[in-house]
Design a binder for this molecule. Structure first.
Ligand code: PEP
Ligand code: MN
Length: 338
């Protein structure tokens, strides 16, 4: 961290700042130039509130040199993290597709979809039991029963289960769930992130909040990791922009950017990102070509009658066609995991 002092800064106040830094185990190195005086800070500044320094009358500006996240930072962990999701290893060059309906609706629906997505090449099964809906009048998910149905589908197909946790009180019900999803709306529910970090080592699929920067996404991953769970995957699911032609705006730039900043696997959700089934395939292909480690795609046996997100759901036939195109894009990565 570098502190740039104001011209003619009061010496006594500067001395006070230097002592304040030393009290926090930070070694300040002052360099007085012709135009500016800088204080280079060496030590652990991650926990420091830089706003406190910024607010001092002698300070012109403060610049962080190092990112505020450590556990998620590639600088401290150069190799890709590979997250073992009950046998499906995500990250490090392989490629996986998570597929299934937005919400669990019935045993027949779930087992039918699970079998067809497995047949098409999906290696993990999704389905929401606890649903974060914008309207309290919309279908809220089957809750505990939904989780039981997911277990039946897992028994029938062997596919590991990915499902959303909305509140920490639900965690005891997640014993047989393979991957815990933290949804976009909960990306900054810091108490939930801390609990998921402290109470389980299960893989966590952390979705980007709809107006979250990548630094905020990485800081949320940091919450989980700093609390004790290193098994985090980052998921781009579209962000809010001025554009209204699609449900959200898919930000595929995040794939190479996150991979430079972090060692965590990057998953892309073209379903929530676009909100419209015909747009899912081209965005899935784009994300695959750009190096995503996995995709998460909504598939429903009868989209017009789906209880949630039918408009963006692929039919099993559409999913099979999309999978053929994806496979052709990265045959080697695909082969690694089969
Ligand atoms: C979901 O994947 O079911 C979901 C609700 O997604 P998001 O949190 O990205 O809106
Ligand atoms: Mn959905």
């Amino acid at each position: 961290m570098i502190i740039v002092l104001k011209k003619g800064a009061d010496k006594k106040q500067v001395e006070g700042l230097l002592n304040w830094l030393r009290e926090r185990n930070i070694s300040p190195h002052v360099s007085t130039g012709e135009r500016e005086t800088l204080i280079g800070c060496v030590g652990d500044v991650a926990k420091m509130d830089i706003g406190l320094v910024q607010a001092l009358s002698v300070v012109e500006r403060v610049q962080r040199i190092q990112e505020p996240y450590k556990a998620a930072n590639r600088k401290f962990h150069p190799e890709d993290s590979v997250i073992d999701c009950s046998g499906a290893k995500i990250g490090g060059g392989g490629f996986h597709v998570i597929a299934g309906p937005c919400s669990v609706e019935s045993v027949e629906q779930m087992i039918g979809i699970a079998k067809s997505v497995k047949e098409a090449g999906a290696t993990l099964l999704r389905g929401g039991a606890f649903k974060p809906r914008t309207s309290p009048y919309s279908f809220q998910g089957l809750g505990k029963l939904g989780l039981e149905i997911l277990m039946e589908a897992k028994k029938a197909t062997g596919l590991p289960i990915v499902t959303e946790l909305m509140a920490i009180e639900q965690l005891p019900l997640f014993n047989d769930v393979d991957v815990i999803q933290i949804g976009a709306r909960n990306m900054q529910n810091f108490d939930l992130l801390k609990e998921v970090g402290a109470m389980t080592k299960k893989p966590v699929l952390l979705k980007r909040g709809m107006s979250a920067t990548l630094q905020e996404l990485l800081m949320s991953a940091e919450y989980i990791m700093a609390s004790g769970n290193p098994n985090v995957m980052l998921c781009e699911r579209g962000i809010r922009t001025f554009e209204t032609a699609t449900r959200n705006t898919i930000d595929l730039t995040v794939i190479p950017v996150l991979k430079r900043l972090s060692h965590l696997p990057v998953v892309v959700d073209p379903s929530h990102a676009t909100g419209y089934a015909p747009l899912v395939e081209p965005c899935a292909m784009g994300a695959t070509a750009m190096g995503a480690d996995a995709l998460i795609i909504e598939v429903h046996n009868d989209p017009p009658h789906a209880l949630c997100d039918g408009v963006q759901s692929l039919t099993p036939q559409m999913f099979e066609n999309t999978m053929k195109k994806i496979r052709a894009l990265r045959p080697y990565a695909w082969h690694l995991e089969q």
